[in-house]
Structures are given as structure tokens and as C-alpha cells.
Write a protein that binds this ligand. Structure first.
Ligand SMILES: [Cu+2]
Length: 287
């Protein structure tokens, strides 16, 4: 049997008040980390994302109204391959305009899903993406002018991984085994445990910050990893919070990729700062 170790990744905020974790419903962290389903996006029909309404019990007991791409909250992990055309269609089953923005992907402006490409309820947007992008971890989300904050908050976001067949990747890359996506977000909850979003004056001035940290849509989950090298693809999909990631035991790790893809060489570090929409891949030794 393989030896297993517990991974504990502490997310602390910079220059923000301490997180309020005194509420009863927050007292039981440690649900298993959900691993997003993978959707391989290649040429041809059949790669469909449905922007839909859903519900989720983030806190056990209270049901929150959420949005997601083909699921209640967030969306599948989209996997593209460099050199292979990708056809994807996004169906808007919500009651307001949305977009599907491929954040960080090198595509022409008329394909990037920015605010100029909003499509309304009942409409489908089906771009054909020429994927010529180095191996990287990216971000997709709705990006409607004036509505990006609330739409991403509700759940219209997910991770993209671009694979480059020309690169012989010696790093751990067995998805869900030694290569894990971590979509980090903060969210605010009312006393009943329902997710809320309303902007006060401080939120408007400094950006909205939540009082709970979620990873892949779960409050403070637990991930059991194999002994040995493990790769973590971290995406800060929060609205405004900046994170300073470190391990509670202070261990070193190596950053191997940034927003732009793989680094020329691994960088040893003990803490990693990520601002909104930033990504980083790190490799951690758990032997
Ligand atoms: Cu973006």
C-alpha cells in the first residue's frame, strides 16, 4: 500500500481582517476536495457548456443559489492541446447576457469572449479556437461589462489546461492522482449559511472579500496525496482577494509555471503570492 500524507495548504490574506470562522456551520472543515471533471476540447461538435442555474449546500443545511457551466457551481476543467483546433459551444440558459472568456489564452480578440462578445438568454456562442499556446494553466469565466463580479461570484468560472505535445513534461501530470487543480475563492455567507453578495461602500472602494475560503467550491476541503512529488495548479478565482500561500509546516516547494506557462527552471520558495486571476503551478515533495 502506498504511503499517504495529508496536505495542508494555508491561505492567508494580505492586509485584510482575520477570517471569521466562528460560525457554527464553519466548524467542520475537511470535506474531500472535489476534482473537476475533464472536458477534452478538440475539433468537431459535441463540446458543449451550458450556463445554468443550480443550488449548492456550501455549509451543510443552507441552500445557496448558484450558477455554473454544465454543473451547479463552476465548470469542468477544459483541456486543449497545442496545434489542435478546438470547437466549443456555450449555451446561455440564464436570464441575462453572459460571455465565455478564455483568460490568458492567445486567441484573436473576436474569439476571446471579452465584454464585446456578450450573448443573451437562449443564445449559443460557438467559437472555433486556433490553439497555438504553450503548455499552461489558464482561467475561463464570464466577462460581461459591469456584471463580471457577480457572475463569477455565482459560479461562472473554471480552469483551462493547455497541453503541448512537443514538450516532454517530466513533472507530475497524472490528473487527479499527482496533478491537482486548486480553484481558490473567497465567499461571504449569512447567518443561515447561505452565500451572499451585496456590495457595501468598503467593498466598492477596496473590492469584495468573503469570510470563507473555498477550494474547488468547498469550504476548507482536505486532499490526501500520494507520497512523492505532487503538482498543484493554483488559480486565484476570487473577486478581489490576494493570497499568500504557504504550507503550515513551512516546507519549501518549487514553482514550475506562472501565468505564461512553464518557467525555464523551477524556483524554490516557501510562500507564493497570487493576485486575482493569477495562476501558478507548484511541485511539492511529500515523501
Ligand atoms: Cu479574466
Amino acid at each position: 500500500m502506498r504511503r499517504r500524507k495529508f496536505l495542508s495548504l494555508a491561505a492567508a490574506s494580505l492586509a485584510t481582517p482575520a477570517l471569521n470562522i466562528s460560525r457554527a456551520w464553519a466548524a467542520e472543515p475537511g470535506a474531500p476536495l472535489p476534482i473537476p471533471e475533464v472536458m477534452e476540447i478538440g475539433p468537431g461538435a459535441g463540446n458543449t457548456l451550458d450556463a445554468i442555474r443550480g443550488t449548492r449546500e456550501f455549509t451543510g443545511g443552507a441552500t445557496s443559489e448558484t450558477w455554473g457551466y454544465s454543473q451547479d457551481y463552476l465548470g469542468p476543467l477544459l483541456r486543449f492541446r497545442r496545434g489542435r483546433t478546438a470547437n466549443i459551444s456555450v449555451m446561455n440558459r440564464l436570464d441575462e447576457p453572459i460571455t465565455a472568456h478564455w483568460h490568458g489564452m492567445h486567441v484573436p480578440g473576436y474569439l476571446d469572449g471579452g465584454p464585446q462578445l456578450a450573448f443573451g438568454p437562449g443564445e449559443t456562442w460557438a467559437p472555433e479556437l486556433p490553439v497555438d499556446h504553450p503548455a499552461a494553466t489558464l482561467f475561463y469565466h464570464s466577462h460581461v461589462h459591469g456584471r463580471t463580479g457577480p457572475q463569477v461570484y455565482r459560479g461562472l468560472a473554471g480552469m483551462i489546461v493547455i497541453d503541448d505535445p512537443e514538450i516532454d513534461d517530466p513533472l507530475p501530470h497524472d490528473y487527479g492522482v499527482n496533478d491537482f487543480p486548486l480553484i481558490v475563492q473567497d465567499r461571504r455567507f449569512d447567518r443561515s449559511g447561505r452565500m451572499t453578495y451585496s456590495l457595501g461602500m468598503m467593498d466598492r472602494m477596496h473590492g469584495f472579500q468573503g469570510d470563507q475560503i473555498l477550494v474547488n467550491g468547498v469550504i476548507r476541503p482536505k486532499l490526501t496525496v500520494p507520497a512523492g512529488l505532487v503538482r498543484l495548479r493554483i488559480l486565484n478565482a476570487s473577486n478581489a482577494r490576494v493570497y499568500d500561500f504557504r504550507f503550515t509546516d513551512g516546507r519549501q516547494f518549487h514553482q514550475v509555471a506562472s501565468d505564461g506557462g512553464l518557467l525555464a527552471r523551477p524556483l524554490a520558495m516557501a510562500s507564493l503570492q497570487l493576485d486575482g486571476a493569477e495562476r501558478a503551478e507548484i511541485v511539492v515533495e511529500f515523501s
